[in-house]
Design a binder for this molecule. Structure first.
Ligand SMILES: Nc1ncnc2c1ncn2[C@@H]1O[C@H](COP(=O)(O)OP(=O)(O)OP(=O)(O)O)[C@@H](O)[C@H]1O
Ligand SMILES: [Mg+2]
Length: 366
């Protein structure tokens, strides 16, 4: 699959932007804070309807404006499709495919797929549980399109329950209604996260072994139970625990159990990598995860996703950089950002289109 053209209106620091991707490989060059990452973010938003950098969609809108528009002309199976997103909070965002409005996100996701890899991802193991949950959620949106709605439902109930718990007077019947809903929505989310991680682990283990020799990577979803339960069993277990701790939740005024409390653990030869792995070992893990993400999309969708590399090539040493560039096939569309061309060899530069960015615009000397 390909992204052939990107058009932005009032997106981050772009008042307006239009660019045709003519080459399979595009290198976006610009000094710091000019808008390189913003372009990758817009492209990724077309793929996953979310961004790892935001908490709210409104952050994507040019300061002081009301709405932003992202439009992408894509090609999948030889067919051109125009994807169009309008974000205009507090209204719901409007999704269109070839001008036709789609009310369900699942009808929009999977037309364009992408894997994004940034210097921030290299810090995934050092980051907070919420960073790892966001990474996981974004990856899952693209392969289980129903997950987007399941997670939105869970988040909505959780916020409503948190709001309810902060009330002075608690109505126990009402709390029970919330707990039932939270148990079922949480179970749906946890089940799919676990399922995805089992698939990811299988592939990441192999990729990791190729880079790290005899080191064995394993990944574990840290949640309410270590057992592999069905959705119904998870639902029952969560509901039962919520019953047990309801007085504590009321006292603290917080939702103490649910998918929002979970984390992902990584191990090398059974040793906790978040605590003990070296920086290099952690980077190898993240690189293996990203390559596995890419493989899963390819296996599920039957097409190669876009690869969005944000500043990351310069950060990887030669061995990992070569491994990355050698393992991905030639026909993959790559969009890469960098402050300059120094990190790239001449052969690589011969085969890329260079897009220069300055202050939210395409630079004149392109
Ligand atoms: N909603 C917004 N409205 C207007 N400008 C914004 C908005 N969000 C971010 N910006 C601006 O966009 C600029 C460019 O951001 P971006 O992250 O794309 O830079 P970059 O070129 O990737 O820089 P670096 O090399 O440091 O990573 C920043 O200066 C930031 O202030
Ligand atoms: Mg950047």
């Amino acid at each position: 699959m390909k992204l052939k053209k990107l058009t932005l209106k009032n997106f981050r620091n772009y008042k307006s932007f239009e660019y045709e991707f003519k080459n399979n490989k595009t290198l976006i060059i610009g000094k710091n804070a000019q808008g390189k990452t913003n372009i990758l973010e817009a492209i990724y938003y077309l793929c996953a309807l979310d961004s790892s950098r935001i908490r709210k969609d409104s952050e994507l809108i040019y300061f002081g404006e009301d709405l932003t528009k992202i439009t992408g002309l894509t090609e999948k199976n030889g067919m051109e499709l125009e994807l169009d997103i309008t974000i205009n909070p507090p209204k719901n965002k409007i999704l269109k495919v070839n001008g036709i409005k789609k009310t369900k996100s699942k009808d929009f996701l999977q037309i364009l797929s992408g894997v994004s890899f940034s210097t921030n991802d290299l810090l995934l193991l050092r980051g907070e549980p919420q960073d790892r949950r966001k990474w996981l959620d974004l990856a899952i949106y693209q392969v289980y399109p129903l997950y987007f709605e399941k997670l939105s439902k869970f988040n909505k109930i959780r916020l409503q329950k948190a709001n309810f718990l902060s009330n002075y007077q608690i109505n126990y019947d009402m709390l029970d209604v919330f707990n039932k809903q939270l148990a079922v929505t949480s179970a749906n989310v946890i089940y799919l996260r676990k399922k995805y991680l089992i698939e990811l682990e299988k592939i990441a283990k192999i990729k990791h072994r190729l880079m790290a020799g005899n080191e064995e990577l394993s990944i574990k979803y840290k949640t309410i139970t270590d057992e592999n339960l069905s959705v119904v069993e998870l639902n029952d277990l969560i509901y039962q625990k919520l019953e047990e701790i309801k007085e504590e939740e009321i006292k603290k005024g917080q939702c103490l159990i649910g998918a929002h409390r979970d984390d992902v653990d990584f191990y090398i030869n059974d040793i906790d990598s978040k605590k003990y792995a070296s920086q290099g070992q952690q980077r190898t893990i993240v690189l293996a995860l990203k390559l596995a993400e890419l493989q899963i999309i390819k296996d599920k969708i039957g097409q190669t996703p876009l690869l969005l590399l944000d500043d990351v090539l310069a950060e990887l040493d030669n061995i990992r950089q070569n491994y990355l560039l050698d393992t991905i096939e030639d026909d993959i569309q790559m969009i890469i950002t960098s402050v300059d061309t120094l990190a790239f060899d001449d052969d690589f530069l011969k085969n890329v289109d260079i897009l220069k960015i300055k202050d939210g615009q395409i630079a004149q000397d392109n």
